[in-house]
Design a protein around this ligand. Structure first.
Ligand code: NAG
Ligand code: NAG
Ligand code: NAG
Ligand code: NAG
Length: 177
């Protein structure tokens, strides 16, 4: 953990993320949020480029829009399309920082959707953001999901990041078909 932090501070775009099915432990032992997280800079539109989430329910064209609601709460609107059925869906969730008064503030967001907590382990705010969620599969193992997001119009190349287990990621289709 400590060495990961140093790496993050020294070289923001080359941090380590390890994807693996069924990791041993409990989600409450996992804190993936980056330190010195700035929610105001994270707001706005993000386009999803890659995802690892189970079950993969064939969602594509996924976009996330984070906006300020009041001083404490934010809204997250997710739009997506199921390409096979042509069905578009849009959902809005309420978001707030898990520990807004911590020093430093971590990229840990309470979200009122099935995942409950989103972690932002890394973002440069202007090009890319990693969002993760943890799910306990039973009393001894958990899965950590990952969405790799980019600002509109930005190219995201997986090779610029150090992601172990990146074969678990699948590209999100972003055309409308
Ligand atoms: C912000 O909105 C939330 C949710 O509606 C509410 O619980 C909270 O009291 C509001 N806070 C402020 C400062 O208005
Ligand atoms: C779904 O959204 C896309 C783009 O956002 C649009 O081109 C398409 O017409 C929509 N499909 C339906 C069935 O509303
Ligand atoms: C944004 O979040 C607030 C507070 O949780 C909620 O009351 C409001 O309905 C949301 N806005 C939209 C457009 O869903
Ligand atoms: C939990 O799931 C993992 C992965 O399938 C499995 O290896 C482990 O034995 C399971 N533990 C329990 C207590 O069921």
């Amino acid at each position: 953990m400590f060495s990961k932090l140093i790496l993050l501070l020294v070289a923001p775009a080359v941090f380590g993320i390890k994807l693996q099915l069924y990791q041993q432990g409990l989600c409450e032992q996992v804190n993936l949020g980056r330190p010195f997280f700035e929610m105001d800079r994270f707001l706005g539109e993000w386009v999803e480029h890659y995802r690892f989430v189970l079950p993969d329910n064939q969602e594509d064209c996924v976009k996330n829009y984070y906006s300020a609601f009041n001083g404490t709460f934010y809204n997250l609107t997710e739009t997506k399309t199921n390409i096979a059925s042509g069905r578009n869906t849009s959902s809005t969730f309420s978001v707030r920082l898990a520990e807004p008064l911590a020093n430093p503030v971590y990229g840990k967001l309470l979200v009122n959707n099935v995942h409950e907590i989103y972690y932002v382990p890394a973002t440069d705010y202007t090009r890319y953001a990693f969002v993760q969620a943890c799910e306990e599969v039973n009393s001894t193992h958990y899965n950590q999901y990952l969405w790799l997001l980019g600002r509109p119009g930005v190219n995201i190349n997986l090779a610029e990041f150090n992601i172990q287990g990146s074969e678990l990621l699948r590209p999100t289709i972003q055309d409308d078909r």
